[in-house]
Design a binder for this molecule. Sequence first.
Ligand code: BG6
Length: 482
Amino acid sequence: MELKKSKFKLPENFFIGAAASAWQTEGWTGKKDGQYSYMDLWYKSTPHLWHNGYGPTLATDFYRRYKEDAKLMGEVGLQKYRTSIDWSRFIKDYETAEIDDEAFKYYNNMIDEVIKNGVEPMICLEHYELPAVLFEKYGGWESKHVVDLFVKYAQKAFEAFGHKVKYWFTFNEPIVVQTRVYLDAIRWPFEQNTKTWMQWNYNKVLATAKVVEIFKAGNVGKDIGAKIGVILNPEVTYARSSAPHDIKAAEMYDLFFNKLYLDPSIKGEFPQELFKVLKKHDCLFNYNDEELAVIKNNTVDLLGLNLYFPHRVKARTSGWNSEVPFHPSYYYEMFDLPGKKVNPHRGWEIYPQIMYDMAMRIKNEYGNIEWFIAENGMGVEGESKYKNKEGVIQDDYRIEFIENHLVWLLKAIEEGCNCIGYMLWAFTDNVSPQNAFKNRYGLVEINLEDNRNRIIKKSGRWFEKLSNDRYFEAKNTEIVYK
Ligand code: BG6
């Protein structure tokens, strides 16, 4: 008999939390001349392209309001809160990695405040906050010198907070910035250069391995059982059809956008196929055997995955213009599935089964490494129209979104997947790259019309209840249990 479950229990050691990043929340208060990040520079270079002119300048003002926010984290029941240290703020001299005292005080107090409110901090060393001067002077992650500067900075961060932060991550979505800047050229400085794109990817993989190496060698946080990982955004990729040409297109997409990071981070090796294809298209990265050995010997303990929507591809039907540099889309075209459910505000397909499909993949292809959902969420424009008369946003659509994704995740756990938690993007509304405050993601509203006041949304209260009860009743889940 088929049974449709409606009550879902969170496994005992499964955590729930929410994420954010430094540059999307802190604002520029306290930053000194020369302490800007690539994201800040991008905003300064093209503010007119950012939604309603908003950007990282004030963001949610978390730098000044973290105490109030830490209290709210406790109130909505977060077990963990992930944010980043802004490398460009934390370090005063990027060459020597001298720490900025004021920034140290801020991060130290902020971390303590989060812990004080019963929430465990998770810290990412780079959520796109590459220092702008390193971008201008060395071409950013294109340079191996920058890799070494990152390692020096990581060492300082471990010395400063290694005794109290248990979860560390090298990068958040390391593929993203260069894909927008050098592959698709939709962000400042709008330079299309596939070889540069690939070098950034390789150097970030190398940087993760080098940071894992010093973390292990230094026994960082050994007494508290600290772990180091990376947060990736593999794209669950479905072929349009079962025809071999469509399957091949999906495999090539997977190679360039997923295996590129999953394989070296977890298995310690890039796929051989990648070397072959990159050589063929003359965009192989610059590497040596010593570096490959560092990558081989320093894989991550833990994996965070940001999963929002599926990608659907088909074989190319139009010819390739040989005048333009190679782009992975040489091998595929995106496929628009008729009838798909979409979040119209962000344009992303809603397909909760991605949770299960990715979980099974990590179980079957990546040794069932310990992992968690580091981001998943729903950005909605104009949420104030959903306010009730008390002024609280009634975001039932977000609750349903979370429930449906959790249901698929819990099913995967029942089937043996090693997923240890789920984090929502985001804790509060915050600044999206370019979209700024257009699409709201938070459990807590940031009211821009009223001094950025914080108001817990209906989803925040739902989260609080979930955190207390450890189960939820899902109304519209589509999973049928046999
Ligand atoms: C993730 C990023 O890709 O998605 C976040 O880690 C980002 O920084 C989030 O804000 C949501 O995407 P967006 O572009 O709508 O803000």
